[in-house]
Design a protein around this ligand. Structure first.
Ligand code: MG
Ligand code: ZN
Length: 452
């Protein structure tokens, strides 16, 4: 009976769709057309690629629940939903593994080829392959890399460096300075974490950059005051703290994106910018739903800023996707048909932050009372105390995370990546080229086309 109703409803929707022209897939292609009509001739001058590391579809769905207004019946669209155009395949070309890592996937999106896990824009013969950022620089455009991980981590690295291994962090950082294109440094604006790799015993890249005219900043205040078109900003030794753990002196991804756009947009030849929400993935690896939503929010705000810029500019093509999904994040778990965002919203800091405070000598009760707005049950408290007694940071971090996951109805199946397709979002005059089921290599190959 129920099935019959669905069939009739589906037929009705198909007929209605074809009669009045309802399109469910290419809303941002439509907005691209509107832009076209408003006089930008469909030309792409600037390209912004945004990558939510690890941001599989369960993350964007959970974020929608998080953003939902509980006083309305429908679930409101998020900034992502408004610009959804399709899905992307992410598999690598690796002799041992068929689920991608961030390096192989970023190489696909930066250089347009499939390669092995761990490769930084080199192919399976370990030969360097040119990237979209390099093409932009060859065209005389301004270029930027923004991330919340260290800026020489796999994703940004694949746009601005070449290496046989993502683990060669120092060599990757060196590439950002040493690789010249037409006598110029490859990347004009570099923002994220990573002082450890730039200020080293064997070399001080920060001084190198400064000597060549880059402004070097280390705080939100200095970042927002920047007026130099070449900018190096490093705000942490390795990755930035998670968004909800950051002090005011550490910028948000939105702050970094705004500062990058301000400088890059002054180049008359246009610009290429890659912005990464790097730690959605790290939250997934740690099976920590609180951190995952903290980083989704940080990434969503940066996306809003980018969309505002692109709307005003008219000649900017934005594409946003993920490199893979992480953790096997599920919305609902253990047979219960409920996801409860309030449990996640109750955390004012991440479980990682709380575990650190406890490890530093604060009592379990004090830390939980200070940073969490619900009362823990005796059972929950016992599980955290038991974990704390083991003197192992990850065990404690995991036990605190599990209380939130359990209350929220979030499940995880792995500490690694999963091979599911990832959502693709686009805004700008050429958005339609990213619609439907695409391959992650199409991201780079279409961008190469815009840059011709
Ligand atoms: Mg990454
Ligand atoms: Zn990962």
């Amino acid at each position: 009976m129920r099935k019959k109703v669905w069939v009739i409803a589906t037929i009705f929707m198909l007929v209605a769709g074809s009669v009045i022209g309802i399109s469910t897939t290419n809303t941002s292609a439509d907005s691209g057309k509107q832009k076209h009509n408003s006089g930008n001739n469909g030309k792409v001058k600037n390209v912004i690629v945004m990558i939510g590391d690890g941001m599989g579809p369960a993350y964007t769905t959970a974020y929608r629940y998080m953003q939902d207004d509980p006083f309305t019946m429908q679930m409101e669209k998020t900034i992502f939903d408004k610009h959804f155009v399709g899905m992307a395949k992410t598999y690598p070309e690796d002799s041992e593994e068929n689920v991608t890592d961030s390096a192989a996937a970023a190489t696909s999106m930066a250089a347009g080829i499939k390669t092995y896990n761990g490769a930084i824009s080199v192919d399976n013969d370990k030969e360097p392959v040119g990237t979209v950022l390099e093409s932009a620089k060859k065209n005389g455009m301004a270029t930027g890399l923004v991330a919340t991980s260290q800026v020489n981590h796999a994703t940004p690295a694949a746009f601005g460096a070449h290496d046989v291994s993502r683990h060669n962090y120092n060599d990757i950082a060196d590439d950002y300075f040493d690789d010249m294109i037409n006598g110029k440094h490859k990347v004009d604006v570099i923002l994220g974490g990573g002082t450890t790799y730039f200020d080293r015993e064997d070399r001080n890249l920060i001084n190198d950059f400064k000597e060549d005219g880059y402004n070097y900043v280390t705080s939100t205040e200095e970042l927002l005051e920047n007026e130099n078109d070449q900018l190096l900003g490093l705000f942490a030794p390795v990755g930035l703290p998670k968004a909800i753990d950051r002090k005011e002196s550490t910028p948000s991804l939105e702050d970094m994106t705004t500062a990058a756009l301000e400088q890059l947009s002054q180049d008359k030849d246009g610009f290429f910018l890659m912005v990464e929400g790097s730690q959605i993935d790290w939250a997934g690896h740690a099976n920590d739903s609180v951190s995952a939503m903290s980083e989704m929010e940080d990434f969503a705000r940066a996306f809003e800023t980018v969309i505002e810029f692109a709307k005003e500019n008219g000649h900017t093509q934005v594409v946003l996707t993920a490199d893979h999904s992480t953790g096997g994040f599920s919305v609902g778990r253990d047979g219960a048909y409920n996801f409860n965002p309030e449990a996640i919203k109750a955390a004012e800091r991440t479980p990682e932050f709380m575990a650190q405070e406890i490890t530093d000598g604060e009592s379990v009760e004090d830390v939980l009372a200070e940073y969490v707005s619900f009362d823990f049950t005796d059972e929950e408290l016992a599980s955290i105390k038991e974990a704390a007694s083991k003197n192992d940071f990850d065990t404690l971090y995991g036990a605190i995370s599990e209380v939130f996951n359990n209350r929220a109805g979030v499940g995880f199946t792995t500490s690694g990546h999963t091979g599911i397709d990832v959502p693709v979002y686009a805004y700008g005059p050429k958005s339609e080229v990213f619609s439907g089921l695409i391959d992650n290599t199409d991201i780079a190959n279409e961008v190469f086309g815009f840059l011709k």
